[in-house]
Design a protein around this ligand. Structure first.
Ligand SMILES: Nc1ncnc2c1ncn2[C@@H]1O[C@H](COP(=O)(O)OP(=O)(O)OP(=O)(O)O)[C@@H](O)[C@H]1O
Length: 765
């Protein structure tokens, strides 16, 4: 590339950076003003709230005024946070204003127009776009198009243009470090540079180097069910996050970040990805793990986590495995739906509503109410009608109570503040006379007292979902000879206030479906990362819980832990049937970016169809396999490997099959290396030596990985192939695998070429 051209580009960067400087100063001043204003109003507000109220009239007036002020404060805070976000965006742009340039000649034009693409738009005082947001319709050319005629989608329909140049930049602190012209979608040279850099503790955005297939995922706005099957390290998680940023931009008038929910594999992962959206000027979506989601909905029960499930999976009997398989199937949920639909008043497990230990509504009374609605109505509608009737009866009981002595006494003893609170939003003149006002207050007091009864009705506590689910287990045709074992096991768990993961989704579904409750109607997009860890039954429940959402499911069937793999097409068909949608799309990502070429080549050799995976051509050392005769010798090898790696990288991860192993290894390393054992509840990843079972490392990556004990004894079963493959593919730059005794035949298989690994064997005991 000509030097003068680079100089010209640098000149443009300088100009944009300087204009950004002016804009930053202006926005900073506006932000300061906004902050001062918010502070003043807030101060004023707190002075007002500390006023003493003596007269009823004052109380009412002040309450209305307070409401107004509260509204004002929230508007000002909103304005302030918009300015703060803008300021941050400009500051980020100032360091690296753009990463791409496209030159296009529109139909009828003769001169090309140069457009620069960055993480956000920047418009100068004349309204000229100095930088285009990567999500703008025109920017899709940068990711999708090779030189020549290209088409891109706009809100007004498809447009065609002639792409005559595509240039990539790497700009750090306002200086062009690298620039390339390319005819490819996004050239490999830039990708090489980005991927060669060492791991940061948190995931970075990839907008400068999004690949074509990833772009398809990111910009899909039509599918209701988008399933992405991508090999390890192919950028699935990255694609989700950029997709969320894209959707927020594309539908910015109708979509808020908290209408998007991401089910993530673990808490470490949530933290690991938490910077990506803010780095693109967007707020984070909601994030939850499946365990948290179930825990929240099954208060009072300890829900078995996926991790408990892994830990116990090796001890399950054949019958228990068979029972779980049924409970995780879509068919199980379908029979459950049919069961709920035909429940009669006698079959429904009603329970008393209690107040202070006494029966307030008897279950016979509740059953009678339910029975009076026509059987043609859906069970959920009849339950709703029952609920309304119960609330009506409760109100009657409240009215009967208003003149009771205890109520009068309580009113007389009310403090001013409390009285004011009870009045709530009521204004002066709302009451005709003092008697009405007193009745109003009395209703509040009695209602508060009977609140728990109201809550019990509202929360459908007049039905016992555990007994009902037990009934279902006893008669579920799919469980056949296992039904009494399944029933007893479930009951034994409930008695100990715990529930198996396999029972959680069906039980919740039964409870919520019968009551027609717990459906979130506002959530618009739902994302699941690591979908291979979800059962169809769980997905069906989530479908019920979020009925208005479009789904994006991402996973890698090869990374299924402790279970056999499933072909993506078969999964899509299953999901499509389960969801009843025809706007479904399957996208496969076969190219892997995370690991070096030697690591990925090694990982591929484990898989029967590994040849389909394309390893990105990034050089690195060959993986090392160390076979030691005893655990003691192996620990020494482990320490040597860690010491060597620590000379090069900040973090070394020792990955084990389960928590017990992780604890043992950490105990052996702690003194010398000050290592950290990571647990289920941990949210942040320290640097140094970290020891963790593989299920906690899902979705994460590390500069260097040591896999602990990949022996035949430890990994004998085919169902552990996914576990091994997941361990190996966590490594970005280097990996060593240590085996105590004979190496697992899952690794030492006919596909393993001996020149692709370094094998070190310790012979003497
Ligand atoms: N287009 C890209 N440009 C730059 N880096 C990329 C790109 N795609 C993926 N990467 C990098 O590759 C690594 C793996 O990406 P990511 O974690 O999104 O993959 P994944 O498919 O979710 O992996 P896994 O299923 O193994 O957890 C990350 O470091 C990511 O930044």
């Amino acid at each position: 590339m000509k030097n003068s051209e680079e100089q010209q580009e640098q000149k443009r960067v300088d100009q944009v950076v300087s204009k950004l400087g002016t804009q930053i100063a202006k926005t900073a001043a506006e932000y300061d003003r906004a902050r001062t204003e918010t502070k003043n109003v807030q101060q004023n507000y707190s002075t007002n709230t500390s006023v003493n109220y003596f007269e009823v009239d004052d109380r009412i007036e002040t309450s209305a005024e307070l409401q107004q002020q509260r509204g004002l404060v929230s508007r000002l805070t909103e304005n302030e946070s918009i300015l703060k976000r803008q300021l941050k965006t400009y500051q980020q742009l100032q360091k690296s204003p753009y990463f791409g340039r496209i030159d296009i000649v529109d139909p009828g034009e003769t001169q090309p127009e140069s457009l620069y693409i960055g993480t956000a738009s920047f418009v100068d005082e004349n309204g000229e776009f100095l930088v285009y947001d990567w999500r703008a319709p025109i920017s899709s050319i940068y990711y999708n198009g090779t030189l020549g005629d290209v088409t891109y989608e706009t809100p007004m329909g498809n447009q065609t243009t002639d792409l005559v140049k595509k240039r990539q930049f790497q700009i750090n602190d306002g200086q062009i470090i690298n620039m390339f012209d390319t005819n490819e979608t996004v050239g490999d040279e830039m990708l090489q540079t980005v991927l060669g850099q060492q791991n940061d503790e948190q995931m970075q955005n990839i907008v400068a180097t999004i690949q074509r297939e990833q772009n398809d995922i990111i910009r899909d706005t039509t599918s209701d069910l988008l399933v992405v099957q991508g090999v390890a390290g192919s950028g699935k998680t990255s694609a989700i996050l950029q997709r969320i940023a894209f959707l927020l931009y594309h539908s910015r008038d109708t979509l808020e970040a908290d209408q998007i929910i991401l089910f993530s594999p673990n808490k470490l992962f949530s933290h690991y990805i938490s910077d990506v959206l803010p780095s693109l000027g967007e707020r984070n979506m909601r994030q939850v793990t499946l365990a948290e989601f179930f825990d929240n909905r099954l208060k009072g029960l300890h829900v078995q986590t996926l991790f408990d499930r892994y830990e116990s999976s090796e001890q399950l009997s054949a019958a228990e495995v068979a029972i779980d398989e049924v409970k995780e199937s879509g068919a199980y949920m379908d029979t459950l739906t049919a069961y709920c639909d035909q429940l009669t008043a006698e079959e429904l497990r009603f329970t008393h509503i209690l107040f202070n230990g006494e029966i307030f509504f008897n279950k016979a009374e509740i059953q009678e109410i339910f029975a009076q609605w026509p059987t043609a109505k859906k069970v959920a509608d009849r339950i709703l009608a029952t609920k309304n009737e119960l609330i009506k009866r409760l109100k009657r009981r409240i009215n009967q109570e208003l003149d009771a002595d205890w109520v009068n006494e309580e009113i007389d003893e009310l403090s001013d503040e409390h009285y004011h609170e009870l009045l709530g939003n009521k204004r002066l003149g709302d009451f005709q006379d003092e008697v009405t006002e007193r009745k109003y207050i009395a209703t509040k007091i009695v209602s508060a007292r009977l609140r728990q009864v109201y809550d019990a009705i509202f929360n459908n506590n007049f039905l016992d979902p555990y007994l009902q689910y037990g009934d279902y287990l006893k008669q579920c045709p799919l469980l056949k000879q296992f039904s009494s074992q399944a029933y007893e096991q479930f009951n034994a768990d409930i008695e100990l206030h715990q529930i198996k993961l396999a029972d959680s989704a069906p039980l919740l579904y039964l409870r919520d479906y019968i009551c027609g409750s717990a459906q979130n109607q506002t959530m618009k997009y739902l994302f699941i990362d690591e979908m291979q860890d979800y059962s169809i039954a769980q997905l069906k429940y989530l479908r019920y819980a979020f009925p208005k959402t479009k789904w994006t499911l991402l996973g890698d069937s090869e990374q299924a832990l402790f279970k056999n793999v499933e072909a993506p097409e078969a999964l899509l068909t299953k999901l499509q049937t389960a969801f009843g949608t025809n706007k479904a799309r399957l996208i496969s990502l076969m190219r892997s970016y995370r690991s070096t070429y030697p690591i990925m080549t090694f990982a591929k050799s484990l898989l029967p169809n590994g040849d389909d995976i394309e390893a990105f051509n990034r050089p690195g050392e060959l993986p090392k396999i160390i076979i030691d005769p005893t655990a003691e010798v192996a620990i020494n090898s482990l320490k040597k490997e860690i010491t060597n790696y620590l000379k090069e990288v900040k973090t070394v991860a020792v990955l084990t099959k389960n928590m017990t192993e992780a604890q043992q290894i950490n105990a052996a390393l702690a003194r010398e290396f000050n290592s950290t054992l990571l647990q289920d509840a941990d949210r942040t990843l320290p640097t140094g030596v970290v020891v963790l079972p593989i299920y906690l490392a899902k979705g994460l990556e590390f500069d260097a990985v040591v896999a602990w004990n990949v022996s035949q004894d430890n990994y004998s079963d085919q169902s552990l192939l996914g576990t091994l493959y997941t361990i190996i593919t966590r490594a970005m730059h280097a990996i060593s695998l240590i085996s105590v005794g004979e190496l697992s035949s899952l690794i030492a298989n006919p596909h393993l070429a001996l020149d692709q690994v370094r094998i070190q064997r310790e012979l003497q005991k």
